[in-house]
Unconditional design. Sequence first.
Length: 219
Amino acid sequence: MTTKHHEFLTEGAVGLLLDVAASSRNPGAAPLEDELQRLSRFLQDSSAIADVMPLVALASLLDLLADEVGMEAFEARPVAYRQTLARAAGDDAPADFLRSLAALVRDSELRSYPDMTELPLAFWEARGRFSQTSHFLSLMYSGEYDSVDEAVDEMLSSEHPEDCHERLGNLAGELQRIMYLFRTPAELDAAFATVMPYVTHARVRLLLDAVHAHFAEQH
């Protein structure tokens, strides 16, 4: 079993990057270059995430993992993880692939990245950025409730009062950020159409207004 202090080479940003790289091998998938730009955007957009996992640190972790390939510690890692790396590497030796990937991540050109109108959201990026939005909106329109109004009332009430300031506060932040990132309803709807089609301008606006109303009335 992999020791706990080695989990940072299996999970987190390294695990995400390898999953994305493996997926880029699928027919019709986005090329690795685009996915690296998305990952750069994902890690650098938030100052909190950028401080914890700067791109240079991610590159160093890839080099460290490359040094481990073929050693006992690497063979102790989960089979599914090693299979993901093999799929991401394709015809290249895994260690060589990891070092080339580290070089790409270190490239200064990756420090700048296209916005979401130039390079649309991928599903993994949308899920990582807007997990609370996805959770609440998918429940609202799941058919579990008799009406949207009932769904909103039930969901917000279930978070009150213990989780309001953290969970609903995070939800409000995500919703507000979505509204700022995509300035028109058409842009917002288009951005999520293929990755989270239940996320629309009208629904984001409705849920954001409901969260604001909840805080104004209950807090």
